[in-house]
Write a protein that binds this ligand. Structure first.
Ligand code: ATP
Length: 290
């Protein structure tokens, strides 16, 4: 499976939400990373056909999805950023209902729904009303419904919102297992959601594609630009001027800073190995400083 997002543009009130975005996706996990308002949801909505682009094409295996019509949807599993559920539905009944909408044969749907409830750790909640679930449990119902039709392409917009740390780990493992021979596109501004599982990161900034590369390649690109330095409590306000700080930690030796920048921030600063959060900060916050 190959998807090409080709020269996609979308404007709202004369302002670009996406400008000429081109990306190629094959099987594997893709992290769509960007700050709030970068254009992630707009790109996903265009991808799944909820929104029309002003310009550009979405192609599957070099065929424009517009010519595939509704057949295109059978390839897709989709979790929106703010899924709306019928609160009076019981969990299992909701999944049955989604099976009907997705045209999944009854027996097959029943089996798959039960399997997925087990996978997302909700078997015990099958007969609970969705309205009575916690936010994280609801999110897991959303993840399960996106996988019901065993899609070739799974698209998840901020899927870990509301999940606790243990659920996030389960979720990441689930995505890795699921991505064998499939494509997963996962939009997030939470770097740790994708740092260890994405084969490729698509970095959006203010509607433009900034980078598409593996996390390793992105981290490699900013080697020599991430610094560690410890400063005294008294000098911290002065030190923070004009620095981009990715982390601060205080202990008895002073304040340990992780600094992003092309220049060595202090005579005593030493280079440290970049992580994906440093990459995000390096590109997303260029020009913004403490
Ligand atoms: N329906 C709309 N009308 C007007 N402007 C919109 C609309 N939808 C999105 N925008 C604007 O388009 C830009 C991109 O928004 P989008 O929701 O795609 O970003 P995002 O990266 O998904 O952000 P977030 O992480 O906050 O969900 C933003 O400036 C947003 O304000």
């Amino acid at each position: 499976m190959k998807v090409t997002l080709k020269e996609i543009s979308k404007q709202y009130k004369g302002k670009y939400a996406l400008e000429n975005v081109t990306a190629e996706l094959e099987n594997g996990v893709y992290g769509l990373l960007g700050a709030n308002g970068a254009g992630k949801t707009t790109l996903i909505n265009i991808f799944v056909g909820i929104l029309k682009s002003d310009k550009g094409q979405v192609m599957i295996n070099d065929v424009d999805v517009r010519s595939l019509g509704i057949d295109f949807l059978s390839h897709i599993g989709y979790l929106p950023q703010f899924p709306q559920f019928y609160k009076n539905f019981k969990v299992m009944d909701f999944l049955r209902y989604m099976c009907v909408l997705k045209d999944i044969p009854k027996e097959q749907g029943e089996k798959r729904a039960k399997e997925l409830l087990d996978i997302v750790n909700l078997s015990d909640a099958a007969d609970k009303k969705i309205g009575a679930l916690s936010g994280g449990m609801r999110q897991r119902v959303g993840i399960a419904q996106a996988m019901l039709n065993d899609p070739d392409i799974l698209i998840l917009d901020e899927p870990t919102a509301g999940l606790d740390p243990q659920e996030r780990i389960r979720f990441r493992n689930l995505i890795t297992k699921f991505s064998d021979n499939r494509m997963v596109l996962l939009a997030t501004h939470i770097v740790s959601d994708i740092e260890y599982i994405a084969n490729d990161v698509i970095l959006l900034k203010e509607g433009q594609l900034l980078k598409q590369a593996s996390p390793q390649a992105l981290m490699h690109e900013i080697e020599g630009k991430v610094w560690s330095v410890t400063v005294a409590e008294e000098t911290i306000d002065k030190t923070l001027d004009n620095l981009k700080i990715s982390n601060m930690m205080r202990d008895q030796d002073g304040i340990h800073l992780r600094v992003i920048g092309d220049e060595k921030p202090d005579a005593l600063a030493v280079n440290v190995r970049p992580n994906l959060e440093d990459v995000f900060l390096y590109y997303s916050s260029e020009g913004e400083q403490w």
